[in-house]
Structures are given as structure tokens and as C-alpha cells.
Design a protein around this ligand. Structure first.
Ligand code: B12
Ligand code: SF4
Length: 479
């Protein structure tokens, strides 16, 4: 059976479709991928007419769903197919099933259940009763229970070919992303894991990993096929793995790959022995959450369960082993006076001295505990629209426009002030100026420079330059 997968271009690899495509192909289906953006909406009717998919599967984060649902409505007027939405938006905003034109949504992992859904469609069986799917059929709504977590060691290798065929420019990028394991045991209130783990309770182990040899083989294949300059591990927390996994991985990776890599770490999972092993294997830098410099808010509202002391100590271990640090910070929190809290976060970063301090303005994603908190404390309207955004503006209701401007400007200046602390005494003055457009340019220049030159000196940067400038321009002009 023909299955078309679709996502909206974000100029970055979308691993979900590589896992789904591999699983569908292993089950004997013919799969194609189209990326809305490089493939404009007006080209879809011809593509769908030629390929005649029986199922179209859309993958979306919150915000991206709007354009995909609009595309789907247009296609539904001319073609006969089943429309399925999966990914974080469908998982956490399950009422999206009510949207016109959607037949089903996948509310969790799709690797094993999507092939089963398609098998049922092809065999004329009750597809609306597939586990993990919510579906509309004959005027009824079916909400099926979740299937157990998949065993990652049993999954076929993700289908990269399909990804690189659809937006071919991705092939040329030096960074290639991989996932060695899924799951995170923590419960930070702004993250989807708290709810995800709750929903999956009793359905298997949250923390799962591929075998180190599987991961290394996958990387070697991609390196040989398309070239890799920097390996990106997208695991939630790379070091939360079964006992001995990291050591085995480091040994194999050093022998067979040896390329620089980066990953996500949590301060409490940073210990000297592990960092030493990883650094010897090629770890160049980590993304590490600092999030909030006010310990009370970090622990009571963001539920970080970490002290500032622990975060600083973790940073010192990484720095001792010459591993770069990109800190992640959240500003614009749902508290009565958020700006002074953001300054505490800025000051903690100045103490840490990361290679690059990255900040996001809090966007309370559906289904996260912070969403409920923001609503119940009057910071979020009942009908607040989740638009596709780069988190450059705040979605929360702050009483004063001055506070809003300060937060939105601090977001753009944050990394620069941490790098050049001499600017610190002037930060509130700078944040009060109506220079948001200019600061936005600074923000992206500083971000790109850090990613391509400071965290890892990219050899491919001049080859990638036209593509990077395209991304830069789209980011700067995007609303
Ligand atoms: C890697 C990652 C990134 C990477 C790459 C993002 C990308 N373009 O893919 C980077 C660092 C760039 C990134 C950025 C952002 N990210 Co991010 N990211 C992740 C992370 C850690 C892993 C994503 C991943 O590849 N998972 C592996 C795949 C296999 O899993 P999956 O995508 O969930 O897909 C499975 C199911 O959802 C389902 N499925 C998915 N699609 C479909 C389609 C069909 C038809 C079916 C049947 C099933 C199905 O089956 C898949 C296989 O099991 C997730 C958290 C997580 N652990 O999943 C957050 C996550 C997706 N990111 C999130 C966010 C918010 C962001 C940012 C907006 C953050 C910011 N402040 O800028 C940006 C947005 C950038 C963008 N527009 O692309 C949120 C999304 C929340 C939401 N409701 O949408 C998540 C869930 C984390 C969180 N905060 O809670 N991110
Ligand atoms: S440690 Fe990271 S991935 Fe895990 S719950 Fe917290 S924010 Fe989410």
C-alpha cells in the first residue's frame, strides 16, 4: 500500500519520519516523503494524484499543525485517502482530532502501531481500533489505549534515504542527528516527559537504548553514504543509560567513528569519570539546562530538582575536560515579577561562563504541568492560540508592556551579555530601548557564530554558507 509522510520544513532533520518510514517499509509498504516548504502546497495535488497514497501521515510539533491541517483540508476535497496526524501536537492536544479532514491521530510512539494501522487499512480490517490511535469512523469517536513502549533494540535502522530525498539540501549539512535512546525519568514542568511518562505508566520501561554497536553502525553508514562532520545526539539526557552502556559506547565510537559529537546532559548526571570517557571519545560540547537562577522558582515551579551549586559544579567538570557548554535558559516565567528572576538567571550564567548561553522565552506547551500552572495563575488565556514560533515573544499575559519588552529584549541579548559581562550594568537600559528588530539580528548572528565557530569549528561552514544564510534570513523575517 502507498503511504505518504508529510512534515513542515524546519530546515533541520526530522527523525520521526525516518523511524516511521523504516517500520512501514519493513512491513512491505511503499513510502514517500514530502516536506511542506521545499514542496509548496500547490505542488501537492499532482504529487498525491501520481502516488495515490491510501494513507497520508502528517508529523507535527505544536504550531506546525496549522499549515498541515490546511493542506490536508485542500487535499481531502480532491482525493480519497485516510488522513492521520502524529507527533507531539497530536500526542498532547488530542482534541485536534475534531479538526475537519482528519480521520485519526497517533497519541504516542508510532513505530509499531502505524504499520499495524496501515495493515488494517489494506486488509479492510477495523483500522479505527488500532492501539495508540484515536479515530473517527461512521460518526463515532474511538479512543484506543496506548500500545506498550517499543523495544529500541528491535527497531530497524531509521530510513535516512527518504529524509535526504525530500529536502536534498539536508544531505549537504555537516551535522547529522542520531538517537541512541529514548525517555527521560525527570519531571521538569515545562517538558512533555512528565505527562508522557504518566500516560505510559505500566507499559514498559521509560528509559530505553539501542545497543552501542547498533548506534555506531548507524553512524558509520550515514558517514559513508553522505558524510558527517559533527554527530548530534538528540537523546533527552544522553548519560542516563543502563550500567556500562556509556563506557561500551565510548570504546566503540572511538575505534569506529572518532568524529566530534555533542549531546544533552543534565547537571546531576555529570560526573568526572563519565565526562573523561566521553571527552576522550570525541565529546566537543553539551547542551545543559540551567533554566532558572532563582532556586526556589527553579524547584517549586519548574520542578528542576537541582541546586545552583550542582549546576556550577557540573559546569566546572565539563570545563576541566575542555568540553564546551551551551546552557539552556528559560525566561519570562509565570511569576508576578519575572524580569528580576530572569536577571538572576543571567547572573548565574555569568558565574558559570559557558561557551554559549542560549535562552528561550517560556512557551507553555499543551499538556505540560507549566501550562496548567500558567492558566490557573491567570498568565494564560483559555483560548490562547499556539502559533508556530521561534519563542521570540512571550505568550503569557504580563501586566505591564514594560515587562514584556524587557523580557523579549533580554532574550535576544542574553548570550552576548553572558559572554561580555561588562555589558551587565547596562542590561536594563538596553532592554528598555525599542530596538527589538536590531537585537533580533544580533541574536541570530551570535547564535550562528557560536554554533559554527565556537562550540565546534565547522570545516563545512563555507560550503554550507548559502543554506545557513537562507535559515538566518527566514528566522529574522519570521513573525
Ligand atoms: C531533537 C529535538 C529537537 C531538535 C530537532 C527538532 C526537529 N526538527 O526534529 C531541536 C534541538 C532543533 C529542537 C528544537 C525545538 N524543539 Co524540540 N525536541 C527534540 C526532542 C528531544 C526529540 C525529537 C525527536 O526526534 N524524537 C524522536 C522521534 C522518533 O520521536 P517523535 O518525534 O516523538 O516521533 C514519534 C511519535 O511522536 C510518533 N509520530 C511522530 N510523527 C508521526 C506521524 C504519524 C503519521 C504517526 C502515525 C506517528 C508519528 O511516532 C514517532 C516514532 O515513535 C523532543 C523530545 C523527545 N524526546 O521527543 C523535543 C520536542 C519535540 N521539541 C519541542 C520543542 C518545543 C522545540 C522547540 C520549539 C524549542 C524552542 N524553544 O525553540 C524547537 C522547535 C524547532 C523546530 N521547529 O524544529 C517539544 C515539542 C512540544 C510540542 N507540543 O510540540 C518537544 C516534545 C520537547 C518538549 N519541550 O516537551 N528540538
Ligand atoms: S531533564 Fe530535560 S528532557 Fe528530562 S524532563 Fe527535564 S527538560 Fe525534559
Amino acid at each position: 500500500m502507498n503511504v505518504l509522510l508529510v512534515y513542515k520544513d524546519t530546515m533541520i532533520e526530522r527523525l520521526a519520519v525516518t523511524y516511521l518510514s523504516a517500520a512501514l517499509k519493513a512491513a512491505g509498504h511503499k513510502v514517500r516523503l514530502a516536506v511542506l516548504g521545499p514542496t509548496p502546497a500547490k505542488a501537492f495535488p499532482k504529487l498525491v494524484g501520481d502516488f495515490a497514497p491510501r494513507v497520508i501521515g502528517y508529523s507535527a510539533m505544536t504550531g506546525e499543525h496549522t499549515a498541515l491541517l490546511e493542506l490536508n483540508r485542500t487535499l481531502k476535497r480532491s482525493f480519497d485517502f485516510l488522513a492521520v496526524l502524529g507527533g507531539p501536537h497530536a500526542t498532547f492536544r488530542q482534541d485536534v482530532l475534531g479538526e475537519e479532514g482528519l480521520d485519526a491521530i497517533c497519541v504516542g510512539e508510532g513505530d509499531s502501531v502505524f504499520p499495524e494501522f496501515c495493515r488494517r487499512v489494506e486488509a479492510g480490517e477495523a483500522w479505527w481500533l488500532t492501539l495508540t490511535f484515536h479515530a473517527k469512523h461512521d460518526g463515532n469517536i474511538f479512543k484506543n489505549p496506548l500500545a506498550p513502549f517499543v523495544d529500541m533494540t528491535a527497531l530497524p535502522a531509521p530510513d535516512r534515504a527518504i529524509l535526504f530525498e525530500a529536502p536534498p539540501k539536508l544531505t549537504g549539512l555537516g551535522i547529522k542527528a542520531f538517537i541512541a535512546g529514548r525517555g527521560c525519568p525527570y519531571r521538569c514542568s515545562y517538558c512533555f516527559n512528565a505527562k508522557f511518562n504518566e500516560d505510559y505508566k505500566g507499559l514498559g520501561k521509560v528509559m530505553r537504548a539501542r545497543q552501542p554497536s547498533q548506534v555506531v553502525t548507524e553512524i558509520a553508514q550515514v558517514r559513508d553514504q553522505t558524510g558527517v562532520e559533527l554527530v548530534a545526539f538528540w537523546d533527552d539526557v544522553f548519560t542516563v543509560k543502563p550500567k556500562g552502556w556509556v563506557e561500551d559506547f565510548c570504546r566503540l565510537y572511538k575505534d569506529r567513528i572518532g568524529l566530534p559529537f555533542y549531546c544533552n546532559m543534565r547537571a546531576n548526571s555529570v560526573n568526572e569519570a563519565v565526562v573523561e570517557e566521553l571527552a576522550k571519545a570525541g565529546l566537543k560540547f553539551v547542551f545543559m539546562g540551567v533554566e532558572c537562577g532563582n532556586e526556589r522558582i527553579a524547584n517549586e515551579i519548574l520542578e528542576r530538582n537541582l541546586s545552583n551549586e550542582k549546576v556550577v559544579a557540573a559546569a566546572r567538570i565539563l570545563q576541566k575536560h575542555r568540553v564546551g557548554i551551551a546552557t539552556q535558559n528559560l525566561i519570562g516565567l509565570p511569576v508576578p515579577d519575572p524580569y528580576p528572576v530572569d536577571l538572576e538567571t543571567l547572573d548565574l550564567n555569568i558565574i558559570i561562563k559557558p561557551t554559549y548561553a542560549w535562552s528561550s522565552i517560556l512557551y507553555p506547551y499543551p499538556g505540560t504541568p507549566i501550562e496548567a500552572y500558567a492558566r490557573s495563575h491567570g498568565f494564560l488565556d483559555e483560548d490562547a492560540a499556539y502559533i508556530e514560533t521561534n519563542k521570540r515573544t512571550t505568550m503569557l499575559n504580563f501586566k505591564s508592556p514594560v515587562v514584556r519588552r524587557r523580557i523579549e529584549n533580554l532574550h535576544k541579548l542574553f548570550g552576548l551579555v553572558v559572554r561580555f559581562p561588562r555589558l551587565r550594568p547596562y542590561v536594563t537600559f538596553l532592554c528598555d530601548l525599542p530596538l527589538g528588530g536590531l537585537y533580533r539580528v544580533f541574536y541570530y548572528v551570535w547564535y550562528g557564530y557560536n554554533l559554527k565557530f565556537r562550540l565546534n569549528r565547522s570545516r563545512a561552514v563555507w560550503r554550507e554558507l548559502p543554506y545557513l544564510l537562507g535559515i538566518f534570513w527566514r528566522m529574522v523575517v519570521k513573525n
